[in-house]
Design a protein around this ligand. Sequence first.
Ligand SMILES: C[C@H](N)C(=O)N[C@@H](CCC(=O)O)C(=O)O
Ligand SMILES: [Mg+2]
Length: 365
Amino acid sequence: MKITDVQFGMLRVPLKTPFKTALRTVSTVEDIVVMVHTDSGHVGYGEAPATAVITGDTHGSIIDAIRHYISPRLIGQEIADLNHLTQLIQGAMEKNTSAKAAVEIAVYDLWGQLYNAPLYKLLGGGDPVITTDITISVDYIDKMVADSVSAVERGFESLKIKVGKDIGVDIERVKAIYAAVEGRALLRLDANQGWTAKQAVYALQTLEDAGIKLELIEQPVKARDLAGMRYVTERVHTPVMADESVFGPMEVIELIRLRAADIINIKLMKTGGISNAIRIADIAAMHGVECMIGCMLETGISVAAAVHVAVAKSNVITRIDLDGPSLCQFNPIDGGVIFNESEISVTDAPGLGIREIRGLERIEA
Ligand SMILES: C[C@H](N)C(=O)N[C@@H](CCC(=O)O)C(=O)O
Ligand SMILES: [Mg+2]
């Protein structure tokens, strides 16, 4: 099975409610879809969102990176030579992790199709049912409490509460949500870099002293402030998770060496796809560090790939934040991963099992 062509589409799906973090507000998922064609007629699918505030990637940069740097290296290559293909993709250029991720996901999809097996089985196998949390956007306190209660009523047992806007209000937000859902859901906080190290310690110690038990705090301080991450990790009981601070394996090694966080959030759009996600999971496992697998605003193409990784690496990926499809008004993907609110299950369809993408707008080559 040889690669013959790489094509693009744009997938737009409105969100159920605006997605609001300390970094941005978004109402529609708008992702680049990549289709890798082969001489056998098989097509592999990948997807990349333009999360410029985190990865630096835009729609234009994703298409340009693939069109001019990645795709020319892949034409004529054999899907069976997976490690060679991932090296070609990762070595095509610096950064541009979302573009690399989209192409790698499509290549892994084809690799599964080549061997007629679901991807998670080729990656090591595992229990094909996992449970995700759901994100509660940062907003007025009453709205966040209502959204949290509604999520619990829909069956979510883990809520990812966005904070990082105003430290005083953030503390009140968490107290109010905790009071409303106590005993029914675990609370994960994500400040998306919105606090200073001292603010984070103050907020977390105030919440801990008030008897509020949090599962973890994600990325309390600026991405590059590893000293700040370590400062917080050393001073609070709540486990600290690194998100924007770690993209690839080298950053993970440095973070672990510095003991700057307790947990690592792996996202395919930061790692550049599946090969580095697996590397990070293995490095973390060797050091006894647990991981979450997360997503950006993605639909059931790239989130499906993350699900396969999560299933195969459940020895170390102990937390799941793959709520992209649950945040969308509808699911445009007919495929091998079934997203049913908090429960995500994988079928035995080959590769990612994608059969149809509804509403895909073609982007001319
Ligand atoms: C969607 C997911 N639950 C999430 O919160 N992901 C990111 C933010 C993604 C974005 O801004 O598009 C995160 O910070 O964990
Ligand atoms: Mg995060």
